[in-house]
Each structure stands twice: as structure tokens, then as C-alpha cells.
Design a protein around this ligand. Sequence first.
Ligand SMILES: NC(=O)c1ccc[n+]([C@@H]2O[C@H](COP(=O)([O-])OP(=O)(O)OC[C@H]3O[C@@H](n4cnc5c(N)ncnc54)[C@H](OP(=O)(O)O)[C@@H]3O)[C@@H](O)[C@H]2O)c1
Length: 333
Amino acid sequence: MPDQYKVASVFGGTGFLGTQVVRELAAAGFRVKVATRVPERAYDLKPCGVVGQIVPCACHYSDEESIRAAVKGCCVVINATGILFEKGKSTFAKVHTDIPAAIAKTCAEENVERFVHISALGVEEAQSKYARSKAEGEDRVMEAFPHATILRPSVLFGPGDDFFNMFAEFARFVPALPLVGGGKTKFQPVFVGDVADAVMKAVTLPLSGENNPQGRVYELGGPEVLSFKELYERMFACTGQKRYLVSIPFGMAKMKGAIISGASKCVGIITGLTPRPMLTADQVETLKTDSVVSEGALSFSELGLKPTAMAAILPSYLSRFRKGGRFGDKKSA
Ligand SMILES: NC(=O)c1ccc[n+]([C@@H]2O[C@H](COP(=O)([O-])OP(=O)(O)OC[C@H]3O[C@@H](n4cnc5c(N)ncnc54)[C@H](OP(=O)(O)O)[C@@H]3O)[C@@H](O)[C@H]2O)c1
């Protein structure tokens, strides 16, 4: 690779959003370090660039020098690490607060030009541990690197997402799905590719003038605001599944969430595996707050982008859940 290529580092570059960001950075001509705890997870990304353009970079977050090695020589750093539930030493405080703060501090020390931090919508209001750790993470990032750009997406959708795929998979085995708190919580699902585009704007827009993304927070939601119940209905329209929706009050859902996550932990201890709990008490708490773009917030339009409609993407990957698979409803020739 010629030396004039700009170098970017993506922490969490092996994740759902991170992989899209790595691909877009490579397509834009960046050399990309994929900072990951397990370098093998980044191997699949290497063919997305020319030889040597995308490089896995082992990162042990407890070791400051390891973070520094991933940041050194970069003009752009993106943090897309995150977890949905706590597991062993992977606590919300560590992953959403301490790690972003350590990356931001290192970026400042290493004179990185742009740092983009991925947070989440609604974290200022929600009272869950997840939300509070994310909100504190934003504060610590801004303290250490005041020119950071913070992106707060609503729930992400796209092939391989953790939301629609999980519920559609679950619906294959059960006759009913839960409507926590009556399913009234509002979301503004956003296409993962659009959030990756927003990251690219944050790393390429000029640093002078009114569009300068530095030191700004952008709230990213798709074109539609839907309740949880309406999200299920959209999903069923794509999968052809017909399931009952059972309303569960927040209090009862929290109890069930605690039981489910407790049971998952026990299974994990006994088997050595770490099954993903479908619902935790903390996620129920998060569901008490809407995940929608707030009035007057900076969003896609300020980045010169237009978000993609769910209808354009959902059928492409949810149709596999239809009876008979994706061609199940086609008449044979
Ligand atoms: N998905 C959504 O609907 C959604 C909605 C709002 C906000 N967000 C935020 O967007 C960002 C990306 O989300 P995503 O869906 O792409 O997440 P993801 O697929 O779960 O990937 C997250 C990445 O975080 C890293 N990670 C996980 N546990 C870690 C730990 N204990 N220590 C350090 N790194 C760890 C992993 O990298 P390695 O295993 O390779 O180290 C993984 O690639 C996150 O900040 C998330 O909170 C996501």
C-alpha cells in the first residue's frame, strides 16, 4: 500500500455496525486497523480491501499500550464497541464508559484528527444500567476529546441484525411473542448502512464551516416512528408468521427478565457456553423510554444524508423465515 493512504482504526470493527464501517472506510481508500480482542474475527474483512489494506489489530483493553498501538498513526478513530447485556467481566461500566474514555484519551495524546463515538438514542433519559453507562461514556469521551463526534442511533436493522432476526427466529418455535409494557415503546429503526454512511460523513466533512461535525452529537433514526407492536407487525408481514402478541406489564416483564438472564447464566456456568438471554431486567427498564430522535436534534439531514425505509430492506433478509423459505410463496413454474 502506498504511504499516502490515510489510516483509520475501528474499535469493535468486527461487529454488526463496525464491519460496515470498515468496508466503507476501505472503499473510500483508508487503510483500516480493525481493533478487536480476537483478531481471527476480522479475517473475513480482509478481502474487502486490497492486500494489506485491512489489518486486524489485537487489542487487550486492560492494557493501555494495546489501545495505543491500535490508535498510533491514525488520523481517524471510530469506537463501535458495545454490549446488550453484562457477562462476567464485560460490564456496562467497562465497555460503555471506561473503554470509550480510554480510547478518547489515547486519541487526544496521539493527536488523532477525528474521533467518532457510537452511543445510542434515549440514553440521556432512560434509567437502565445500559443507558446510564452509555450516557456516562459520552461525557467521558467529550471530556477527554472535546472534538469527538457522537452518533446516537435508534435500533439498527439490516441483514444479520440482532433485533428482527432474533424475534423472527424465536417466533419459529413459540405461538406467542411478548409485548413488554403493552408494546407501546416507540422506536425509529435505522438501516445499519445509513449509520455507516453517517460515520463516513463524520470523518470526511470539512472541519471549517457550518457542517463541521466535530464536537457535535447526531441522533440517527430512520424515516418511520413505530411502536414495538407495530415492529412485530412489520416483521410478520415479511415472514408470513402469525403469532399471538401477549401484553406483559413492565413489572412482570422485569421479573421474567431477571429469571431468564439468571437461567442463562446458570446454563453458561454449567456448560461453559454463554447463551444470549432474550430479555434481561435491564432491557425491560430500557424499554420504558422511547428511542426516537428528539425535537431539534442534529440528524441525517445535517450530514447531507437521507435514511432508507424499512420496506426497502426488511423483506430481503426476513423472507427466509417464510414457510418454505424465501421462494415459499412463489408459484412453481
Ligand atoms: N445494534 C443496535 O441496534 C444498536 C442500537 C443503538 C446503538 N448501538 C451501538 O452501536 C455500536 C455497535 O453496535 P453493534 O450492534 O454493531 O454491536 P455488536 O455487533 O455486538 O459489536 C460490538 C463490538 O464490540 C466489541 N465488544 C463486545 N464486548 C466487548 C468487551 N467486553 N470489551 C471490548 N469490546 C467488546 C466486539 O468486538 P471484538 O469481539 O472483536 O473485540 C464487537 O465487535 C455499539 O456501541 C452499540 O451500543 C447499537
